[in-house]
Design a protein around this ligand. Structure first.
Ligand SMILES: [Zn+2]
Length: 411
């Protein structure tokens, strides 16, 4: 036993090199006695952001929001980051609370410039302003491109929503002029497409094709997306009552995301819905777990991904049980930071382990020095409210000027 214990203690040295023919592997193989917890010999079974390069034929999906309009610490609202082995990255939905999940992944913001919105409830685009402004502040030096559906009237379309969101940010954006690199704050580049399009191409670049199909939820307008690349098919379903387009065009997806709502009893017991409201919202406005399962039995994906419910110890078992009355295939009951690595041969599902105290990653391009002449001036009234603090601030100017060979002066 002593020999095995010592071998276990030294295992980390060898396993760190991922050498499966290491002395510890041989030592373990040679002994059939119970092992003394060789903790350092365990292969890592979680995803650490910034630690794995994708293979050229691989895609990685990270759940950045899987919950409800009422975001909570455990689950933001709908948001999915899809990364491809060719370097492309796509964000599907930017639901409330999701911007901090994206930040945790430590991806330079220049690479996060493509957003696809399934529709315009805030649990699917409520953090677009946070991604837009926060991303520009932290290194996105190019426009944010957004694809989203039309509505049955112009006012219910994506272009109207984003034109007005940009206008709503007037104070925010004017207040940043002359202070930061301005290139990321230009208006959204919006591509509004017909929500009635059935398997119509809305994006085709770099060997990636994105098509849309209609979804059925709340009003005309919601859609689902089908992304195909390198022989892999990814489907992201917008909120919907089960619909014929998903049943037809999501067939044989490698990864198929579809909403799966909180059960009706849980909506009543835990969300405090009325029974009448719970029945309507839980089975007619959204897709019930049983209907989610039936949908997946029709399309037969390599992996079915359920979202849009609070995924807790006391709710997940019932969701799972109800799905299993109608579906017995591969299933992920998603929660935030779940990660799927997909190739033609394998689908690996793990959780990401993230650091909460992250800072923005290094920008992929050198930032421009701000041009102070672009600042919007204060009124005389406000300027006259300034205390004279120059004497205590000046040492910071001296320190930085000396360190960087500058000659910056206080206003
Ligand atoms: Zn929703």
């Amino acid at each position: 036993m002593t020999a095995i214990f010592v071998a276990g203690l030294t295992a980390g040295l060898y396993v760190a090199n991922r050498d499966m023919s290491s002395p510890i592997s041989e030592a373990l193989a040679a002994n059939s006695e119970p092992l003394v917890s060789p903790v350092n010999a365990r292969d890592r079974d979680f995803y650490a952001p910034n630690s794995e390069t994708l293979a050229p034929d691989e895609m990685r999906l990270i759940a950045c929001g899987t919950g409800m309009p009422t975001a909570r610490p455990k689950q933001a609202a709908s948001c999915w980051l899809l990364e491809l082995g060719n370097g492309d990255k796509f964000i599907f939905d930017t639901g409330t609370g999701s911007a901090e999940r994206i930040a945790a992944l430590q991806i330079p913001y220049n690479f996060l410039d493509k957003v696809f919105l399934s529709y315009l409830h805030t649990d699917h685009f409520g953090d677009l302003d946070a991604l837009f402004v926060g991303g520009a502040l932290a290194g996105r030096q190019r426009p944010l491109r957004v694809w989203g559906p039309s509505g049955d009237t112009p006012e219910r379309g994506t272009r109207y929503a984003l034109d007005h969101l940009y206008k709503a940010l007037t104070w925010d954006l004017d207040g940043r002029k002359g202070i930061t690199d301005p290139r990321g704050y230009v208006p959204f580049e919006v591509t509004e497409f017909d929500y009635k399009g059935v398997n119509k191409i809305i994006y085709q670049e770099n060997d990636v094709t994105v098509r849309t199909i209609p979804a059925i939820h709340a009003l005309d307008g919601p859609v689902s997306f089908i992304l195909e690349w390198n022989g892999l098919k990814f489907v992201f379903g917008g909120d919907t009552y089960p619909n014929k387009w998903y049943a037809e065009y999501a067939q044989d997806a490698d990864l198929a995301i579809h909403e799966c709502f909180i059960t009706v009893p849980a909506l009543i017991d835990k969300f405090k819905f009325t029974p009448q409201g719970a029945l309507d919202v839980g089975t007619q406005v959204h897709t019930s777990p049983e209907a989610f399962g039936k949908t997946m039995s029709i399309i037969k994906p390599r992996m079915a991904v359920a979202y849009h419910f609070f995924n807790d110890w006391d709710t997940a078992p019932d969701i799972n049980q109800r799905i299993r009355t109608t579906y017995d295939g591969p299933l992920s009951l998603s929660t935030d930071y779940m990660v799927w690595n997909v190739t033609k041969d394998d689908i690996r599902v793990r959780m990401a382990v993230v650091e909460e105290a992250v800072w923005p990653p290094q920008p992929s391009e050198k930032p421009l020095v701000p041009d102070p002449s672009l600042k919007v001036p204060f009124s005389d009234f406000i300027v006259e409210g300034k205390y004279d603090m120059k004497d205590v601030i000046q040492p910071t100017y001296d320190e930085i000027n000396e360190q960087y060979g500058l000659d910056e002066k206080q206003n």
